[in-house]
Design a protein around this ligand. Structure first.
Ligand SMILES: Nc1ncnc2c1ncn2[C@@H]1O[C@H](COP(=O)(O)OP(=O)(O)OP(=O)(O)O)[C@@H](O)[C@H]1O
Ligand SMILES: [Mg+2]
Length: 270
């Protein structure tokens, strides 16, 4: 399914949701040479929704997010135990091709990554690398659809062949989102995507994520609690390498089960 279809309203069962969760973790641990970074994570991430990953600095949010598409494979000295699944596929199974996984599970970082190339070529990068058979017209259509989905098309439609380096920070982050969408992923992982951009760009990025919700599963790490409340349907609170609490955003924010969640949400720490 394309991630460009409309999103269901809040509370509606989105098209991308199925009985099998998008991600599932059971007693998942991540170790580095200096010790344990994730200490037995249990988690269910439903498909077709926006899940916010919140918690203080050092809680393990980025580590968990990166585990979901095996970004750690490139980091020496990291080792995992326990279960972590994407749909029915075990993410750390030795026979799983991480390149295929990362095509289905895209990632956007805190600092916008822009290649030294034109705006068009930045978005066309993934389809070209993965040799998607789109043809020149199909590729142009794909680039336009992704720029529209990321809420950037109207600002760049006349300058597609200009260097992407000329874009502002907020535009670069939306370009990074468009580039991630260009290989038609099922999931978008975002690590503090609005931390380095202004409030106007933040609103555009949030709008884009809300439009994508439904056909696409979104997992977003954020320190901005108002943002988590605005855009997510599911919230996961992490502390010291563990998931303390997760559930519907309204419940986690207004009726948290754990006092540590309440303390964090009311600003007592973090
Ligand atoms: N490559 C690494 N090797 C070893 N330890 C690391 C590595 N990267 C991060 N850590 C440690 O892992 C722990 C969890 O880090 P992580 O980056 O997941 O936290 P976080 O919740 O994303 O924090 P922040 O909100 O500051 O980004 C921290 O104690 C951090 O110092
Ligand atoms: Mg982080």
């Amino acid at each position: 399914m394309s991630p460009f279809g409309g999103a269901g309203g809040l509370g509606a069962v989105p098209a991308g949701q199925s009985a099998v969760p998008c991600f599932r973790a059971e007693d998942f641990h991540l170790f580095c040479t200096a010790g344990e970074l994730l200490r037995g994570v249990d988690l269910v991430v439903p498909g077709g929704r926006i899940t916010a990953l919140i918690g203080p600095s050092g809680a393990g949010k980025s580590m968990l997010l990166r585990s979901l598409n095996r970004m750690h494979d490139r980091v020496a000295g990291l080792r995992v135990t326990g279960g972590l699944w994407f749909r029915e596929q075990e993410i750390y199974a030795p026979d799983l091709d991480p390149v295929c996984l990362r095509r289905r599970v895209g990632m956007v970082f805190r600092q916008p990554v822009v290649f030294p190339a034109s705006i068009f070529d930045n978005v066309a990068y993934g389809p070209r690398v993965h040799r998607l058979e789109l043809g020149p017209a199909g590729l142009a259509t794909r680039v336009e659809r992704c720029l529209r989905a990321a809420g950037l098309w109207d600002e760049v439609r006349d300058v597609l062949r200009q260097p992407a380096g000329r874009l502002t920070g907020g535009q670069r982050q939306r370009l990074a989102i468009a580039r991630a969408l260009a290989v038609d992923p099922e999931v978008l992982l975002l690590d503090e995507p609005t931390a380095t951009v202004d409030p106007v760009a933040t609103a555009r990025i949030e709008d884009a994520l809300l439009r994508l919700r439904g056909a696409l599963t979104v997992v977003v790490v954020t320190h901005n609690l108002a943002q988590a409340a605005r855009i997510s349907q599911q919230t996961v609170f992490m502390l010291e390498g563990r998931v303390v609490e997760s559930g519907p955003t309204e419940v986690v924010f207004h009726q948290p089960r754990d006092t540590r969640t309440e303390d964090y949400l009311t600003g007592r720490f973090g």
